[in-house]
Design a protein around this ligand. Structure first.
Ligand code: AMP
Ligand code: MG
Length: 349
């Protein structure tokens, strides 16, 4: 584990270091050093057309990368930074193509983590995708980083991530041409809303609706198939497999479903009781299931989601049952993001 000073020294020398944020751990490199950035792609086995988010420690650092902002962007920044929100903005020419994967836009975020902010103020802007191998669940604890990259990998430890789910990624210019010579990101598509969410995160659509009309970017099925084979997408990360453990993930909707389960696995619950009774718990223990319950806390549920995925794979469990929270009466700003990650894990996309 590194001290902040050691992490600063290494990053300034062009090395790659894992850093804590409030969302997930990031694999960081100096945003001005091409070789270090290329090393991130190699280490993660990340496709080079999947762009990186630039992390900044103060507003001055933003000027290097983006053009002047609109009123709505400024208001969103004022409200949510530092925080789990990534803004996709028009880029300046000097931003390295390796960061943006050649797009006309650049993604920027100011993380809400004191150790990370302190580091960023000393290093300057860092690019930092999630510090996991491409395809494995994102790391919400420093030990997840070590499990993917080895016990001796340099990590600045900042404790377990407070949110544990990646940032909300959005643009306030849905029709800004993402690639040169292209009118809009998805050829014939025009967006009507003020805010387009590419990836749901802890800042919800509802919270954002205070600043304008909000829409989720949801490629239709036919577009989804094209996305896999082409690079015509405004947020290329959408076309890659994400967040999925090796174990199969399924929604658990009622106790009866459990009666038919034959293989031990993991049961991950938001609520304790009801509908989960003592006899349910007894059966779980008797049949060798590992039961995790978040006592009704959405925050805890989000924090433990990827840890549960990783634990299942480590213990060679083949199935993960997750309480079906899609129609849960309780609302939470995390709900859409959590459902999104679970659905991705279920479908394997
Ligand atoms: P990760 O760093 O692994 O959390 O993933 C970053 C996400 O941000 C990916 O889904 C990227 O596609 C997305 N992203 C990064 N840069 C841009 C950009 N310029 N425009 C749209 N999406 C972006
Ligand atoms: Mg990632």
């Amino acid at each position: 584990m590194l001290s902040t000073n050691e992490a600063v020294r290494r990053l300034k020398q062009g090395e790659v270091v894992a850093i804590p944020t409030e969302t997930v751990y990031g694999l960081a490199a100096d945003a001005s050093k091409l070789l270090a950035i290329q090393q991130i792609f190699t280490l993660k086995q990340r496709p080079s057309d999947n762009p990186l988010i630039i992390h900044i420690g103060c507003m001055n650092q933003l000027d290097e990368f983006s053009k002047p902002m609109t009123e709505i962007e400024l208001r969103i920044i004022k409200k949510f930074w530092p925080g789990p929100l990534t803004l996709v903005l028009p880029r300046k020419k000097n931003v390295l193509d390796a960061i943006t994967a050649g797009l006309n836009t650049v993604a920027v975020r100011m993380p809400n983590h004191s150790k990370c902010l302190n580091l960023l103020q000393k290093t300057g802007p860092l690019v930092a995708p999630s510090a996991n191998l491409s395809g494995t669940p994102s790391p919400s604890k420093s030990e997840h980083v070590l499990s993917d990259f080895g016990e001796n990998f340099p990590v600045l430890d900042g404790g377990d991530c407070a949110i544990g789910i990646e940032s909300t990624v959005l643009t306030c210019r849905p029709n800004y041409p993402t690639t040169t010579g292209q009118q809009s990101s998805c050829a014939s598509r025009k967006f009507q809303s003020d805010i387009l969410i590419y990836r749901p995160g802890a800042i919800s659509a509802e919270e954002l609706s205070e600043f304008g009309s909000v829409e989720y970017y949801t490629p239709s099925h036919s577009i989804k198939d094209t996305l896999r084979t082409s690079n015509v997408t405004p947020s290329p990360g959408l076309k890659y497999r994400h967040y999925a453990p090796k174990a199969t993930v399924e929604w658990l909707s009622d106790v009866e479903q459990l009666e038919t389960l034959r293989y031990p696995g993991v049961i991950f619950l938001l609520d304790k009781t009801p509908p989960y009774t003592q006899s349910f718990t007894d059966k779980v223990v008797k049949d060798g299931y590992s039961l995790l319950c978040c006592e009704g806390s959405w925050k805890r549920f989000g924090q433990l989601l990827y840890d549960t995925f990783r634990m299942a794979d480590k213990e060679n469990y083949t199935r993960i049952f997750i309480q079906d929270i899609r129609k849960h009466v309780a609302t939470s700003s995390l709900k859409d993001a959590i459902i999104n990650r679970i659905e991705k894990a279920i479908s394997g996309h």
